[in-house]
Design a protein around this ligand. Structure first.
Ligand code: UD1
Length: 420
């Protein structure tokens, strides 16, 4: 499948079931390595990054099988061998295996992890934190080697930036370590909370879950038990369809959407004139024909507006009324979607690498455009829903990294969209 073809101009209507969260499923799957019993992880999305994680776990010796409703992992961890290949280098989340394998085996050799091309995405915070826990790193030939000559021990770690991945790696290394670990300035994203919940279900002792101060009582090498765990629904996928509804003046039910994790997103949608009602079924969204633009939108760590939804909000605003200043504070390079949006007729001015101003226009025109990263690609799909005529989005592999089947989901909401 090479491209997505969209015939724009249809308001989204109906209901769609929101898939499980990619960013929650991946670290939880990595965390199964810290157990010595079978776990069943429900609701894992069927997407490339999850398949990669499954193959990495298998290469480490785990028995892993997809079953109805989830993934069963029996962790027969062999603490030897190198972790390499496309599964590592093609996915930044393979980085959470660093903490998990270190936690279990005390050492690891892995190729440098990859991922989406947004910004520099260094791993200095991960390495500095793990060093404080007794890990010694060396690099060479594109490989990262980590050993803990005296074993991994707890530490008091102050994160200068609330990094999601670094917080997850510290947790994974800390649960089986010797002694207590304190993480100050920890990320509070729901995906970190999901990891803490899974680890706690397996018997780990973690306090301060959901706050910026986490305390882990290490188990001195004693493995955790397994657990039956349900991954939460994907707040970014839910937000994508929510902005699709706002963009097209639709009326939708986002089934299972995690309303409690989406406060900042719902606030922006409401500023844009949509009515959002959270119920036990999910989120009902009713949008006016044309969105109104809030004066300003700023991304921030959770509970702020997520950087992963910035491109979709921007796309939805291109045909709104008024103008909005959008500030990206988490990643540089998250405005690569601006150029194709301008080619479709959007009025967007790049003020500096972290800020754009979008002014609403009355029409976008269908074009052939190219996705260059996951979320920007989804934003181009939304632009295609709004545009007159046909839009073709190439670079679909990027989009498929985060969405099980974006075309099917949007067709369920009445969009004229196919993958070709
Ligand atoms: C995770 C999410 C990603 C989301 C991001 C922010 C996964 C698989 N990915 O990415 O979708 O956009 O959180 O919510 O869960 N930083 C450093 N040094 C480091 C680590 C991070 O400077 O060692 C910086 C980054 O460049 C960025 C900021 O910290 O500016 C936040 O990054 P981080 O929270 O670590 O993002 P990821 O965990 O990579």
């Amino acid at each position: 499948m090479d491209s997505i073809h969209i015939q724009g101009g249809v308001a989204l209507q109906g209901k769609v079931l929101i898939q499980g969260s990619k960013n929650a499923a991946l670290p939880v799957l990595a965390a199964t390595l810290l157990t010595n019993e079978t776990s069943f992880i429900r609701g894992c999305p069927r997407i490339a990054d999850v398949y990669r994680m499954v193959s990495l776990l298998k290469s480490l010796g785990c028995r892993v099988s997809w079953e109805d409703g989830g993934i069963r992992v029996r962790p027969v961890c062999v603490c030897e061998g190198e972790m390499q290949g496309e599964a590592i280098t093609g996915m930044r989340s393979s980085l959470c295996l660093l903490g998990a394998v270190l936690g279990r085996c005390g050492e690891i050799v892995m190729e440098h992890p990859g991922g989406c091309v947004i910004g520099e995405r260094p791993i200095d915070l991960h390495l500095a934190a793990l060093r404080e826990m007794g890990v010694v790193f060396s690099e060479g030939n594109g490989k990262l080697r980590a050993v803990s000559p005296e074993g991994i021990h707890g530490a008091r770690i102050r994160l200068p930036m609330a990094s999601v991945g670094a917080t997850e790696n510290i947790l994974l290394a800390a649960v089986l370590a010797e002694g207590e670990t304190l993480v100050e300035g920890a990320a509070r994203e729901p995906e970190v909370t999901a990891l803490c919940r899974y680890l706690s279900d397996c018997g780990a002792v973690i306090e301060g879950i959901g706050t910026g101060l986490l305390r882990v009582e290490g188990r001195c090498g004693e493995a955790l038990r397994g657990a039956d765990f349900a991954v939460p629904a994907d707040r970014i996928v839910a937000g994508t369809y929510l902005f699709g509804c706002a963009a097209t003046g639709g009326n939708v039910l986002l089934e299972r959407a995690p309303c409690d994790q989406m406060e900042a997103v719902l606030h922006v949608a409401e500023q844009m004139g949509s009515r959002c009602d959270g119920t036990r079924e999910g989120i009902y969204v009713q949008s006016p024909r044309r969105p109104r633009l809030p004066a300003r939108l700023r991304t921030a760590p959770y509970p702020g507006f997520p950087t992963d939804l910035q491109s979709m909000a921007l796309a939805a605003m291109t045909m709104g009324e008024g103008s909005c200043l959008i500030e990206e504070t988490i990643f540089e390079n998250r405005f690569r979607v601006v150029e194709p949006l301008i080619r479709m007729g959007a009025d967007i001015e790049i003020l500096d690498p972290g800020r754009v101003r979008v002014r609403g226009v009355s029409r976008l025109n269908g074009r052939e455009v190219e996705a260059r990263e996951l979320r920007g690609g989804a934003a181009l799909v939304l632009a295609g829903l709004m545009a007159e005529g046909q839009t073709r989005v190439r670079g679909v592999d990027f989009i498929n990294r985060g969405y099980e089947n974006i075309c099917k989901d949007l067709r369920e909401l009445g969009a004229r969209i196919v993958s070709v």
